[in-house]
Design a binder for this molecule. Sequence first.
Ligand SMILES: Cc1ncc(COP(=O)(O)O)c(C=O)c1O
Length: 382
Amino acid sequence: MIYLDNSATTKPHKEVLQAFIQVNEQYFANPSSIHKAGVESNALLTKAREQLAQLLNTEEKNVLFTASGTESNNAALYGLAKSSDFRGKHIITTEIEHPSILEATKRLASEGYEIDYLKVDKQGVISLDELRAKLRKDTIIVSIMHVNNEMGAIQPIEQAAELIHETCQAMLHVDAIQSFGKLPIRFNGEKGPDLISISGHKIHALKGTGVLAFRKKPQVKPFIVGGGQEFGLRSGTVAVPQAVAMAKAARLAIEAMPQHVENYKRWANDLHDFFARFGEEVYVLSSRNGAPHIMSFSVRGLKGEVLINALQKRDIIVSTSSACSSKQTKTSHVVEALNMDSRFKNGVLRISFGANNTDADIEAFKKQFIAVMKELKGEFTS
Ligand SMILES: Cc1ncc(COP(=O)(O)O)c(C=O)c1O
Protein backbone atom coordinates (compact mmCIF):
# COMPACT_ATOMS: atom_id res chain seq x y z
CA MET A 1 0.00 0.00 0.00
CA ILE A 2 1.28 3.45 -0.88
CA TYR A 3 0.05 5.78 1.80
CA LEU A 4 -0.36 9.37 0.65
CA ASP A 5 -2.80 10.60 3.30
CA ASN A 6 -0.40 11.93 5.92
CA SER A 7 -2.38 15.10 6.58
CA ALA A 8 -5.24 12.94 7.83
CA THR A 9 -2.88 11.03 10.07
CA THR A 10 0.60 9.53 10.07
CA LYS A 11 1.98 6.17 11.07
CA PRO A 12 3.74 6.51 14.43
CA HIS A 13 7.52 6.22 14.20
CA LYS A 14 8.99 3.03 15.68
CA GLU A 15 11.21 5.01 18.10
CA VAL A 16 8.14 6.93 19.26
CA LEU A 17 6.19 3.73 19.90
CA GLN A 18 9.16 2.25 21.73
CA ALA A 19 9.38 5.31 23.99
CA PHE A 20 5.63 5.09 24.63
CA ILE A 21 5.83 1.41 25.63
CA GLN A 22 8.94 1.90 27.76
CA VAL A 23 7.41 4.78 29.71
CA ASN A 24 4.20 2.78 30.19
CA GLU A 25 6.19 -0.11 31.56
CA GLN A 26 8.68 1.71 33.76
CA TYR A 27 7.14 5.07 34.61
CA PHE A 28 3.43 4.36 34.89
CA ALA A 29 3.05 6.11 38.26
CA ASN A 30 0.83 9.14 38.51
CA PRO A 31 3.07 12.20 38.02
CA SER A 32 1.11 14.04 40.73
CA SER A 33 1.92 11.38 43.36
CA ILE A 34 4.52 12.35 45.91
CA HIS A 35 6.14 8.92 46.24
CA LYS A 36 9.38 8.11 44.45
CA ALA A 37 7.72 6.49 41.44
CA GLY A 38 5.46 9.53 41.00
CA VAL A 39 8.41 11.89 41.28
CA GLU A 40 10.21 9.92 38.60
CA SER A 41 7.33 10.02 36.17
CA ASN A 42 6.89 13.71 36.88
CA ALA A 43 10.56 14.25 36.04
CA LEU A 44 9.99 12.58 32.66
CA LEU A 45 6.94 14.72 32.08
CA THR A 46 8.94 17.86 32.86
CA LYS A 47 11.64 16.77 30.45
CA ALA A 48 9.09 16.20 27.67
CA ARG A 49 7.62 19.64 28.36
CA GLU A 50 11.09 21.22 28.31
CA GLN A 51 11.88 19.61 24.96
CA LEU A 52 8.70 20.97 23.43
CA ALA A 53 9.28 24.38 25.00
CA GLN A 54 12.74 24.49 23.49
CA LEU A 55 11.47 23.49 20.04
CA LEU A 56 8.82 26.21 20.23
CA ASN A 57 11.11 28.81 21.82
CA THR A 58 9.12 29.29 24.98
CA GLU A 59 9.36 28.26 28.63
CA GLU A 60 8.44 24.91 30.06
CA LYS A 61 5.60 26.39 32.16
CA ASN A 62 3.97 27.63 28.96
CA VAL A 63 3.43 24.20 27.40
CA LEU A 64 0.15 22.36 28.06
CA PHE A 65 -0.43 18.78 27.02
CA THR A 66 -3.89 18.12 25.60
CA ALA A 67 -5.62 15.11 24.08
CA SER A 68 -5.83 16.39 20.48
CA GLY A 69 -5.32 19.27 18.14
CA THR A 70 -9.05 19.82 18.37
CA GLU A 71 -8.83 20.22 22.13
CA SER A 72 -5.89 22.62 21.81
CA ASN A 73 -7.85 24.77 19.36
CA ASN A 74 -11.02 24.70 21.46
CA ALA A 75 -9.10 25.48 24.65
CA ALA A 76 -7.30 28.37 22.99
CA LEU A 77 -10.50 29.98 21.78
CA TYR A 78 -12.69 29.36 24.84
CA GLY A 79 -9.86 29.89 27.28
CA LEU A 80 -8.94 33.24 25.81
CA ALA A 81 -12.50 34.33 25.07
CA LYS A 82 -13.65 33.67 28.62
CA SER A 83 -10.60 35.22 30.24
CA SER A 84 -10.58 38.38 28.09
CA ASP A 85 -14.24 39.26 27.72
CA PHE A 86 -13.85 42.16 30.17
CA ARG A 87 -11.83 43.84 27.35
CA GLY A 88 -14.19 42.98 24.51
CA LYS A 89 -15.99 40.22 22.70
CA HIS A 90 -14.72 40.60 19.16
CA ILE A 91 -12.90 37.66 17.53
CA ILE A 92 -11.38 37.40 14.06
CA THR A 93 -10.64 34.18 12.24
CA THR A 94 -10.61 32.98 8.63
CA GLU A 95 -13.31 31.25 6.63
CA ILE A 96 -11.04 28.29 5.86
CA GLU A 97 -10.13 27.23 9.41
CA HIS A 98 -10.48 23.65 10.58
CA PRO A 99 -13.92 22.81 12.09
CA SER A 100 -12.30 22.72 15.55
CA ILE A 101 -12.00 26.51 15.23
CA LEU A 102 -15.10 27.24 13.18
CA GLU A 103 -17.46 25.27 15.42
CA ALA A 104 -15.90 26.89 18.50
CA THR A 105 -16.46 30.36 17.02
CA LYS A 106 -20.05 29.45 16.17
CA ARG A 107 -20.63 28.46 19.77
CA LEU A 108 -18.97 31.61 21.04
CA ALA A 109 -21.20 33.62 18.67
CA SER A 110 -24.23 32.01 20.30
CA GLU A 111 -22.84 33.19 23.66
CA GLY A 112 -22.69 36.82 22.58
CA TYR A 113 -19.24 37.09 21.00
CA GLU A 114 -18.95 38.84 17.66
CA ILE A 115 -16.99 36.91 15.03
CA ASP A 116 -15.50 38.22 11.78
CA TYR A 117 -14.30 35.74 9.17
CA LEU A 118 -11.48 36.80 6.83
CA LYS A 119 -11.93 35.86 3.18
CA VAL A 120 -9.23 34.16 1.13
CA ASP A 121 -8.08 34.59 -2.47
CA LYS A 122 -7.96 31.81 -5.09
CA GLN A 123 -4.73 30.56 -3.57
CA GLY A 124 -6.39 30.33 -0.16
CA VAL A 125 -4.48 33.26 1.37
CA ILE A 126 -5.99 35.99 3.56
CA SER A 127 -5.53 39.69 2.85
CA LEU A 128 -3.55 41.67 5.44
CA ASP A 129 -5.51 44.76 4.37
CA GLU A 130 -8.75 43.01 5.29
CA LEU A 131 -7.24 42.00 8.62
CA ARG A 132 -6.12 45.60 9.24
CA ALA A 133 -9.61 46.87 8.45
CA LYS A 134 -11.27 44.36 10.79
CA LEU A 135 -9.01 44.84 13.83
CA ARG A 136 -10.68 46.86 16.59
CA LYS A 137 -9.88 48.01 20.08
CA ASP A 138 -12.21 45.36 21.47
CA THR A 139 -10.73 42.53 19.38
CA ILE A 140 -9.55 39.92 21.87
CA ILE A 141 -8.48 36.99 19.67
CA VAL A 142 -7.28 36.54 16.13
CA SER A 143 -7.04 32.86 15.18
CA ILE A 144 -5.32 32.04 11.90
CA MET A 145 -4.18 28.63 10.74
CA HIS A 146 -0.61 28.45 9.49
CA VAL A 147 -1.16 25.84 6.77
CA ASN A 148 -4.58 24.91 5.47
CA ASN A 149 -5.27 21.20 5.81
CA GLU A 150 -7.29 20.89 2.61
CA MET A 151 -5.06 22.57 0.08
CA GLY A 152 -1.88 23.70 1.81
CA ALA A 153 -2.23 27.51 1.61
CA ILE A 154 0.29 29.22 3.90
CA GLN A 155 -0.90 32.28 5.79
CA PRO A 156 1.39 35.27 6.45
CA ILE A 157 1.57 34.65 10.20
CA GLU A 158 4.55 36.89 11.01
CA GLN A 159 3.09 39.91 9.18
CA ALA A 160 -0.34 39.29 10.70
CA ALA A 161 1.24 39.16 14.17
CA GLU A 162 3.08 42.43 13.60
CA LEU A 163 -0.09 44.13 12.44
CA ILE A 164 -2.15 42.81 15.36
CA HIS A 165 0.42 43.74 18.00
CA GLU A 166 0.81 47.27 16.58
CA THR A 167 -2.93 47.84 16.45
CA CYS A 168 -4.55 46.34 19.55
CA GLN A 169 -4.17 43.99 22.48
CA ALA A 170 -5.63 40.94 20.74
CA MET A 171 -3.82 37.63 21.08
CA LEU A 172 -2.83 35.76 17.94
CA HIS A 173 -3.58 32.04 18.09
CA VAL A 174 -2.05 29.91 15.34
CA ASP A 175 -3.31 26.46 14.44
CA ALA A 176 0.04 24.99 13.39
CA ILE A 177 -1.28 21.43 13.22
CA GLN A 178 -0.46 21.06 9.53
CA SER A 179 2.72 23.11 9.59
CA PHE A 180 4.72 21.93 12.59
CA GLY A 181 7.69 19.95 11.26
CA LYS A 182 7.13 21.21 7.71
CA LEU A 183 7.56 24.96 8.04
CA PRO A 184 9.34 26.91 10.77
CA ILE A 185 6.84 27.90 13.46
CA ARG A 186 8.04 29.11 16.85
CA PHE A 187 7.47 31.92 19.28
CA ASN A 188 9.54 34.93 18.44
CA GLY A 189 10.25 37.09 21.47
CA GLU A 190 7.83 39.97 21.63
CA LYS A 191 6.73 39.42 18.04
CA GLY A 192 4.91 36.56 16.34
CA PRO A 193 2.08 34.36 17.62
CA ASP A 194 0.90 34.26 21.25
CA LEU A 195 -0.47 30.71 21.25
CA ILE A 196 0.28 27.71 19.04
CA SER A 197 -1.65 24.44 18.67
CA ILE A 198 0.01 21.24 17.52
CA SER A 199 -1.23 17.66 17.21
CA GLY A 200 0.77 14.47 17.74
CA HIS A 201 -0.74 12.22 15.12
CA LYS A 202 0.19 14.55 12.27
CA ILE A 203 3.88 14.22 13.14
CA HIS A 204 4.23 10.45 13.53
CA ALA A 205 3.31 10.47 17.24
CA LEU A 206 0.14 8.99 18.71
CA LYS A 207 -3.46 9.83 18.11
CA GLY A 208 -5.06 11.56 21.06
CA THR A 209 -2.08 13.79 21.79
CA GLY A 210 -1.78 17.52 21.40
CA VAL A 211 -0.08 20.60 22.73
CA LEU A 212 -1.24 24.14 23.34
CA ALA A 213 1.76 26.36 23.89
CA PHE A 214 1.91 29.99 24.95
CA ARG A 215 4.52 32.66 24.27
CA LYS A 216 4.12 34.01 27.82
CA LYS A 217 2.54 32.78 31.02
CA PRO A 218 -0.88 31.39 30.08
CA GLN A 219 -3.74 33.59 31.15
CA VAL A 220 -6.69 31.58 30.02
CA LYS A 221 -9.77 30.33 31.77
CA PRO A 222 -9.43 26.56 32.29
CA PHE A 223 -11.48 24.59 29.86
CA ILE A 224 -11.43 21.31 31.81
CA VAL A 225 -11.64 21.59 35.59
CA GLY A 226 -10.91 19.04 38.29
CA GLY A 227 -7.69 18.11 40.06
CA GLY A 228 -5.76 21.14 38.83
CA GLN A 229 -3.12 19.37 36.72
CA GLU A 230 -1.27 21.20 33.94
CA PHE A 231 -0.81 24.36 36.03
CA GLY A 232 -4.50 24.33 36.86
CA LEU A 233 -5.38 24.86 33.21
CA ARG A 234 -6.28 21.36 32.10
CA SER A 235 -7.31 18.92 34.76
CA GLY A 236 -7.01 15.16 34.42
CA THR A 237 -4.15 12.79 35.23
CA VAL A 238 -1.46 13.64 32.76
CA ALA A 239 -0.67 10.95 30.18
CA VAL A 240 3.10 10.84 30.65
CA PRO A 241 3.81 8.15 28.01
CA GLN A 242 1.84 10.13 25.42
CA ALA A 243 3.64 13.35 26.39
CA VAL A 244 7.05 11.69 26.08
CA ALA A 245 6.08 10.18 22.72
CA MET A 246 4.86 13.58 21.53
CA ALA A 247 8.08 15.32 22.55
CA LYS A 248 10.14 12.65 20.83
CA ALA A 249 8.14 12.87 17.60
CA ALA A 250 8.36 16.67 17.68
CA ARG A 251 12.14 16.56 18.06
CA LEU A 252 12.47 14.03 15.23
CA ALA A 253 10.18 16.13 13.02
CA ILE A 254 12.22 19.29 13.54
CA GLU A 255 15.57 17.52 13.11
CA ALA A 256 14.49 15.88 9.86
CA MET A 257 12.61 18.93 8.56
CA PRO A 258 15.25 20.16 6.05
CA GLN A 259 15.55 16.74 4.42
CA HIS A 260 11.83 16.04 4.38
CA VAL A 261 10.92 19.46 3.07
CA GLU A 262 13.44 19.08 0.25
CA ASN A 263 11.72 15.81 -0.73
CA TYR A 264 8.23 17.29 -0.42
CA LYS A 265 9.17 20.27 -2.61
CA ARG A 266 10.63 18.03 -5.28
CA TRP A 267 7.56 15.79 -5.28
CA ALA A 268 5.13 18.72 -5.27
CA ASN A 269 6.90 20.35 -8.23
CA ASP A 270 6.96 17.06 -10.04
CA LEU A 271 3.22 16.57 -9.47
CA HIS A 272 2.42 20.14 -10.56
CA ASP A 273 4.21 19.41 -13.85
CA PHE A 274 2.56 16.01 -14.08
CA PHE A 275 -0.98 17.33 -13.60
CA ALA A 276 -0.32 20.11 -16.13
CA ARG A 277 -0.04 17.36 -18.76
CA PHE A 278 -3.76 16.70 -18.39
CA GLY A 279 -4.62 20.23 -19.51
CA GLU A 280 -8.14 21.32 -18.69
CA GLU A 281 -9.09 17.92 -17.27
CA VAL A 282 -7.24 18.39 -14.01
CA TYR A 283 -7.43 21.49 -11.83
CA VAL A 284 -4.78 21.87 -9.13
CA LEU A 285 -6.01 23.84 -6.10
CA SER A 286 -2.68 23.89 -4.31
CA SER A 287 -0.34 26.65 -5.35
CA ARG A 288 3.36 26.20 -6.01
CA ASN A 289 3.85 28.73 -3.17
CA GLY A 290 1.87 26.64 -0.72
CA ALA A 291 3.04 24.06 1.79
CA PRO A 292 4.89 21.39 -0.19
CA HIS A 293 3.45 18.38 1.61
CA ILE A 294 -0.16 18.96 0.50
CA MET A 295 -1.33 18.68 -3.11
CA SER A 296 -5.02 19.03 -3.83
CA PHE A 297 -6.50 18.57 -7.25
CA SER A 298 -9.72 17.77 -8.97
CA VAL A 299 -10.60 15.91 -12.17
CA ARG A 300 -13.30 17.58 -14.22
CA GLY A 301 -16.68 15.90 -13.76
CA LEU A 302 -15.41 13.05 -11.59
CA LYS A 303 -16.59 12.54 -8.04
CA GLY A 304 -13.91 12.30 -5.38
CA GLU A 305 -15.06 8.89 -4.12
CA VAL A 306 -14.87 7.39 -7.61
CA LEU A 307 -11.24 8.45 -7.98
CA ILE A 308 -10.35 7.37 -4.45
CA ASN A 309 -11.81 3.92 -5.02
CA ALA A 310 -10.15 3.52 -8.40
CA LEU A 311 -6.77 4.48 -6.93
CA GLN A 312 -7.35 2.33 -3.87
CA LYS A 313 -7.88 -0.74 -6.08
CA ARG A 314 -4.38 -0.05 -7.29
CA ASP A 315 -3.02 0.24 -3.73
CA ILE A 316 -2.74 4.02 -3.70
CA ILE A 317 -4.27 5.68 -0.65
CA VAL A 318 -5.31 9.33 -1.00
CA SER A 319 -8.29 11.16 0.48
CA THR A 320 -10.87 13.76 -0.27
CA SER A 321 -9.67 17.20 0.69
CA SER A 322 -9.97 16.67 4.44
CA ALA A 323 -10.50 13.59 6.55
CA CYS A 324 -13.13 15.44 8.57
CA SER A 325 -15.24 16.23 5.54
CA SER A 326 -14.57 13.01 3.66
CA LYS A 327 -17.69 11.31 4.98
CA GLN A 328 -19.83 14.35 4.34
CA THR A 329 -21.47 14.71 1.01
CA LYS A 330 -21.56 18.50 0.84
CA THR A 331 -18.75 20.51 -0.70
CA SER A 332 -16.20 21.52 1.90
CA HIS A 333 -16.20 25.06 3.26
CA VAL A 334 -12.63 25.51 2.01
CA VAL A 335 -13.53 24.53 -1.55
CA GLU A 336 -16.52 26.90 -1.36
CA ALA A 337 -14.30 29.72 -0.11
CA LEU A 338 -11.91 29.30 -3.04
CA ASN A 339 -14.67 30.12 -5.50
CA MET A 340 -13.74 27.32 -7.86
CA ASP A 341 -15.23 26.43 -11.22
CA SER A 342 -18.28 24.28 -10.33
CA ARG A 343 -17.23 21.45 -12.68
CA PHE A 344 -14.32 20.72 -10.36
CA LYS A 345 -16.01 21.23 -6.99
CA ASN A 346 -17.22 17.69 -6.31
CA GLY A 347 -14.03 15.85 -6.87
CA VAL A 348 -11.31 17.46 -4.80
CA LEU A 349 -8.67 14.96 -3.75
CA ARG A 350 -5.73 15.50 -1.44
CA ILE A 351 -2.35 13.85 -1.60
CA SER A 352 -0.26 14.49 1.49
CA PHE A 353 3.30 13.38 2.04
CA GLY A 354 4.93 12.19 5.25
CA ALA A 355 8.26 11.08 6.57
CA ASN A 356 7.91 7.53 5.21
CA ASN A 357 7.24 8.39 1.57
CA THR A 358 9.85 7.80 -1.10
CA ASP A 359 10.49 8.80 -4.72
CA ALA A 360 9.13 5.40 -5.74
CA ASP A 361 5.77 6.20 -4.10
CA ILE A 362 5.37 9.31 -6.23
CA GLU A 363 6.30 7.41 -9.39
CA ALA A 364 3.78 4.70 -8.49
CA PHE A 365 1.09 7.32 -7.91
CA LYS A 366 1.73 8.89 -11.32
CA LYS A 367 1.65 5.53 -13.09
CA GLN A 368 -1.59 4.48 -11.41
CA PHE A 369 -3.21 7.88 -11.90
CA ILE A 370 -2.61 7.62 -15.65
CA ALA A 371 -4.13 4.13 -15.63
CA VAL A 372 -7.16 5.37 -13.69
CA MET A 373 -7.66 8.30 -16.05
CA LYS A 374 -7.62 5.91 -19.00
CA GLU A 375 -10.06 3.64 -17.23
CA LEU A 376 -12.48 6.36 -16.19
CA LYS A 377 -12.07 8.89 -18.96
CA GLY A 378 -10.81 6.76 -21.79
CA GLU A 379 -9.11 9.34 -23.93
CA PHE A 380 -5.81 9.65 -22.09
CA THR A 381 -2.76 8.03 -23.56
CA SER A 382 -0.03 10.18 -21.99
C1 LIG B 1 -5.49 22.28 10.56
C2 LIG B 1 -6.03 21.30 11.54
N1 LIG B 1 -6.46 21.74 12.72
C3 LIG B 1 -6.94 20.90 13.65
C4 LIG B 1 -7.02 19.54 13.42
C5 LIG B 1 -7.54 18.63 14.50
O1 LIG B 1 -6.50 17.88 15.07
P1 LIG B 1 -6.81 16.49 15.83
O2 LIG B 1 -7.12 15.49 14.77
O3 LIG B 1 -5.56 16.17 16.57
O4 LIG B 1 -7.97 16.73 16.72
C6 LIG B 1 -6.61 19.04 12.19
C7 LIG B 1 -6.75 17.60 11.88
O5 LIG B 1 -6.93 17.22 10.75
C8 LIG B 1 -6.09 19.95 11.23
O6 LIG B 1 -5.68 19.52 10.04
